[in-house]
Write a protein that binds this ligand. Structure first.
Ligand code: SAH
Length: 251
C-alpha cells in the first residue's frame, strides 16, 4: 500500500477489498478475462486484512453483540480505520458493504460502478458489522440475493467479476454486452452450436437459415417468452417500458 495521502495518480479501475481472508483474493479474479485484465493493468485489486487495523493485542476485530444473542460483530473502530486506509481521501469510489440487507445487485448498478473509478468493498463475517460504522461512513449496502453467505467475500468476488468484464478492453471482440440477459430488460434467448443433431435434438431451423432478420425476430420472441415465464417481475417492467416507448413514439 502507498503511504497515506501519497496515492499516485492512476487510471485503472481500482477495487479495495476489506476482508478477514485476504488470501481469498484474487481467487477466481486472477484467472480468465478478469485475470488477464488484472495483469494488463486495466484494473487493480488491493485486499486489505482488517486484522492489520486492530489496535488490540491478538489482533482481535470482533466482539459480542450488545443486547445479547449468538455470534460476534465486527467492531466499528477497526472497520472504520480499515476503510479510511483504503481510501485516505475521497477519490470518488463508492464504499459498499456486501450485506443480505442491501439493495439486490442489478446489471444497472454494475454498469454504473464499472463506469466509475472503482469501489471499496467491505466483506462482513460473523453476524455482520456494527451499525454505527455503516452510518458514519455512509456505506451503501448491496446484496447478492435473498440468501445468507457465511461471509462477504464470495459476494465481493461476484460483484467485481460483473464489473470488470464491462471495463473497456476486457471483453474485446466478444463484446456481446448489449444482447445479454438484463441489458434490455429481458433474459437472453437460448444458444446452440454444433453438432447439428445431438441425441436426436436438432438446432432450430431458423438459426441455420442464414436469414439475419428472421434469426433476430426469433431470438427476440424467445427472450420475451422466457422472461414472461421465468421472471414475471422483469416482464411487467419490460412491458411497462415498452408501452411507454410506444406512446412516446406516437407523441
Ligand atoms: N446476520 C446477518 C448475516 C451475516 S452473514 C443477517 O442476518 O443479515 C455474514 C456476512 O456475509 C455479512 O456480514 C455479509 O457481508 C455477507 N453476506 C451474507 N449474505 C450475503 C448476501 N446475500 N449478499 C451479500 N453479502 C452477504
Amino acid at each position: 500500500m502507498t503511504a497515506r495521502g501519497k496515492t499516485p495518480p492512476r487510471k485503472e479501475w481500482l477495487a479495495s477489498v476489506l476482508t478477514l481472508y485476504p488470501e481469498m483474493f484474487p481467487g477466481s479474479l486472477g484467472l480468465s478475462l478478469a485475470g488477464k485484465a488484472l495483469e494488463s493493468g486495466i484494473w487493480g485489486l488491493q485486499a486489505l486484512d482488517m486484522r492489520d487495523f486492530s489496535s488490540h493485542k491478538h489482533r482481535s476485530v470482533d466482539d459480542t453483540p450488545s443486547g445479547g444473542g449468538p455470534g460476534m460483530v465486527l467492531r466499528p473502530d477497526v472497520v472504520a480505520t480499515a476503510l479510511d486506509a483504503a481510501m485516505p481521501e475521497d477519490d470518488g469510489r463508492p464504499m459498499i458493504y456486501l450485506s443480505p440487507r442491501g439493495a439486490p445487485l442489478t446489471q444497472k448498478r454494475v454498469a454504473d460502478l464499472a463506469a466509475g473509478p472503482g469501489a471499496v468493498l467491505l466483506c462482513g463475517r460473523f453476524e455482520g458489522v456494527d451499525e454505527r460504522v455503516i452510518e458514519a461512513r455512509g456505506l451503501e449496502e448491496v446484496s447478492l440475493g435473498d440468501f445468507v453467505l457465511s461471509g462477504g467475500e464470495p459476494a465481493a468476488i461476484s460483484l467485481l467479476d460483473a464489473c470488470v468484464r464491462l471495463l473497456p478492453g476486457v471483453m474485446g471482440a466478444e463484446a456481446s454486452g448489449s444482447e445479454e440477459s438484463f441489458e434490455n430488460g429481458l433474459l437472453e434467448y437460448p444458444h446452440y452450436t454444433r453438432p447439428q443433431v445431438w441425441e436426436g435434438r436438432e438446432i432450430p431451423k431458423v438459426l441455420t437459415s442464414g436469414h439475419h432478420g428472421k434469426v433476430a425476430a426469433w431470438r427476440k420472441k424467445q427472450a420475451e417468452e422466457i422472461t414472461r415465464e421465468r421472471r414475471p417481475d422483469l416482464w411487467s417492467t419490460y412491458r411497462g417500458d415498452k408501452q411507454k416507448d410506444q406512446s412516446n413514439e406516437s407523441d
